[in-house]
Design a binder for this molecule. Sequence first.
Ligand SMILES: [Fe+2]
Length: 249
Amino acid sequence: MKIALISDIHANLEALEQVLKVIDQEGVDLIINLGDLVGYNANPNECLELIRARGDILSVVGNHDQAVSNPDKAQDFNIIAYQAVMWSIDQIEADHLNFLSNLPLNQVLEKRYLACHGTPTCADTYIAYLFQSRRVLNLLRRQLNPIQICFFGHTHKRALWYRDARGKVTLQPLQPGKIYLDRECHYLINPGSVGQPRNHNPAASYAVFDTQDYSIQFKLVPYDIQQTQRKILAAKLHPYLAERLAQGI
Ligand SMILES: [Fe+2]
């Protein structure tokens, strides 16, 4: 089975359309959306429409999805993110809001693969540093066995962490093309962000996992950033949200 992993779309319609177009050309069996459909960019309803209209997308909840359903959850957001949540609450149609508030915290596939936004137990906890990845890899091994791979988002940065049979945790450098995984290891995999990538490359980021040959491939898709920026400015969202898209930060 080929699974496309998309995350942190954040209401960026241009990026989402391009990524889905490329995924459809490549042909996958399933798409998993790792959360944060809304926030930051200007097309929350359109992105929700697109995701919900398809039958091949499994979604989990992101911290921004939670925040639009429950603004108390946005209290610790930085001010620009907070303002974008408030703007989104005014825009999002009731039926879409209902969809967001019913998204699960995680999804398990074939008993071996888990999809979540931040960590398996919290949509707003980061896996960015070694101690954080170690903690989640231990959780997989001790409490979530037989889960071997956890797909996550939230940082907006591509990442491939693994724990080998000796217990050593490593952040693997990402090379182009297929990266073959070891069935004996536990992995944490972040496909990067579709709608607000922060890898210093502005192209939309996603990944394809192949359960057959046990490989992961990270992919970048250029899209019409200027159009997304124009919409952010027209919506009177903070101009920094437009600036950062061009820099991939
Ligand atoms: Fe996000």
